[in-house]
Structures are given as structure tokens and as C-alpha cells.
Write a new protein. Sequence first.
Length: 388
Amino acid sequence: MSSHETVKAAVRGLGVETASWAYANSGTRFKVFPQPGVPRDPYEKIDDAAQVHRFTGAAPSVALHIPWDKVDDYDALARHASARGVRLGTINANVFQDEDYRLGSVTNPDPAVRRKAVDHLLECIDIMDATGSRDLKLWFADGTNYPGQDSIRARQDRLAEALDETYRRLGDQQRILLEYKLFEPSFYTTDVPDWGTSYAHCLRLGERAQVVIDTGHHAPGTNIEFIVAFLLRERKLGGFDFNSRFYADDDLMVGAADPFQLFRIMHEIVAAGAHAPEHGIAFMLDQCHNIEPKIPAVIRSVMNVQEATAKALLVDADALATAQRDGDVLGANAVLMDAFNTDVRPLLAEMRQEQGLDPDPMAAYQRSGYFDTIRAERVGGVQAGWGA
Ligand code: AFD
Ligand code: MN
């Protein structure tokens, strides 16, 4: 099979999970600008997510966020998704928006608040049992704002206790993905601030606890692909929350700020063979589309992941290994840059046509008239947001 055929086959196998909340209203702490046609409930979010998969062929699952996406009947929601060609994916817990969580959730000094938070995590696993989801994504906003506010070590003890109880509840095929974030909304300490903290807790818990890398959750200049390579080698990389940033946790379209960084990340993934579905890496988007139309922004994001992956698959691994072995610094760098500088859009357009898709998903979506339909139909009701 030609290298191009190999690349197309591998990219076709890559599934990007979109986030239900990406289709809802979102914004910053200064303002949420509502947009016309925004879903009013999880069913309409699924409808929008299904459009991304319809035009890209690469977004088969949709992550849910509880309680934002809470429904009475998850079987009905799963059937609704299936009827539109997608399936329910990762369950995201939310222990960062209840009034009781002002001083933290699972690490709160008040044991009653910690109990409430862990009960929510256990409820999310009950929902996973209903939806058939593999992954429970845990992001804790927990932390402190001032030195002396609380014991840094005691908070780690509380975190470990909560994670232990949650981990013990998991089914045999279920995983915890523990997400870290440098800061925000806590500004002095965050209880899971970096990959090392997540890694240490996951290591202690067991093999079904894995680290999830949100690409917007690092200090500026962090070498994310090093973290990817290290965790892959440790078999502790559960997945990604893809987005991009210029300064902080901007949650912009993945690949929009730094396509070279996304390529370097996918190069580490491809070099380890971790792009293959059987490797179990969750390639998720975690973005907010505050000012841009939401569905096309998610389509663009999926296309950006496909382009970075295709470029990574074009790296001449043999030439790279030879140059590295020979200490040929410029030669090795040139091998990587040759792949990055390859315009893979024609190859991906060909792949889409072979899949029976329009070669240009963005243009196809714009022509579909879907936005005009939802804009006209979704009048009234309460637009979905992020509950802030
Ligand atoms: C926020 C957090 C984190 C989390 C996401 C979904 O910063 O990235 O994964 O919400 O809960 O963006
Ligand atoms: Mn995230």
C-alpha cells in the first residue's frame, strides 16, 4: 500500500470526540454572547454534533457533561444519538458550579461537602453504566487563593481518598481520566495542577486511572509533546482535551494557535502507534466557541486534527531513525519539517471522496442550510449554556 494509502487508512481510523458543551452558549467571565440556533437540550446538542460527523466522517462520539446534559432516560438519548449516526462518549463530572464548592469539592475542608462531591462522581458512573461510556473525566477546580488558606498536603490526602472511592466503583471496562490544570479558577494552588500530580495519583490508583492532557492547561512554553511521550511510555496517557491557546486556558479551536505544536504532539502519538483505535487514547475536543459559529468551528477543529495526524503519518520514520542514530541534527530535523510542511489537504480531500463525503466539509456544511433550519426552528425555550 502506498504511503498515501496508508495515511488515508490511518486517518480514517481516527475518531475525534466532540463536546456537547461546544454547541451551547459560552463566554468568558465578562460576557456570554448568546447565538441564534443554539440547542436547548442534550437532544439538540446531539443533533448538532451529528452534523459534524455527517460532514467530516471523523466525529462519531459526543462527550456529555453532568448535570448540564442530565436526562431522565439515557437509553432514549443513546437511541437518539444512534439514529443520527453518533454515540454517547465520555462522561464529564461537574463539581465546580455548586454553591457548596466555594472552598473546593473533593478536597473541601468540610467532610459533608466532600461526601456530596464524591456522591456526584459515583452518580456519573451510574450514568456511564446506562450510556455504556468507557471514560469518566474528572477535572477539579479545587484549590486555594491565598497562602495559609488550607493545608496543601491535607488537600492531597482528601483528593486521594475521593479518588480511591471513585476508582473502586468503576466497572471492569471503565476508566478514570484525571485532568490537570495549572490555575483557574483557583489562583494560588490548584490541587491537580500539572501532569506529575495527575500521574502520581493515577499510578497509585491502578491501570484504569489515566492522565488526560488538556492542551490549554500548561504554563506558556511548556513542551507538551514531552509529556505525551513520557506518559505513552508509562502507559498512563488516557487521552486529550484538544483546544488551543495564545495565553491561558483560552479553549480556542485546536490547531488554530499553533498547528506546529499539534503536529509535534501527533508525531509522538503516531511514533508510538497510539493513533490506532485499539490503543485506547481518547482524542477529545474541549473548546468553547464564544464568538464564532459553533458547528463550523467544531468541523474546522476536527479537520485540524486530521491534518496534523496526516502530516505526522508522513514522517519518514526510517530516515528519521537513521539521522537520529547518526547524530545528524539537521538531517533529523529536516525529516520532521518535510512532513510538517507537506500540504495534506489534497490527500484528505481524496480520502473524504473515497468515504463518500464532500472533500470540503466546511463548504458542504455551509451549503447544507442546517444552520438556517435550526435558527428558524429553535425559537423559544432556554438556550443551553454552561451554567455559570
Ligand atoms: C473546563 C475546565 C476543564 C474541563 C472542562 C470540562 O477547564 O478543561 O475539562 O471544563 O469540564 O474547561
Ligand atoms: Mn478540559
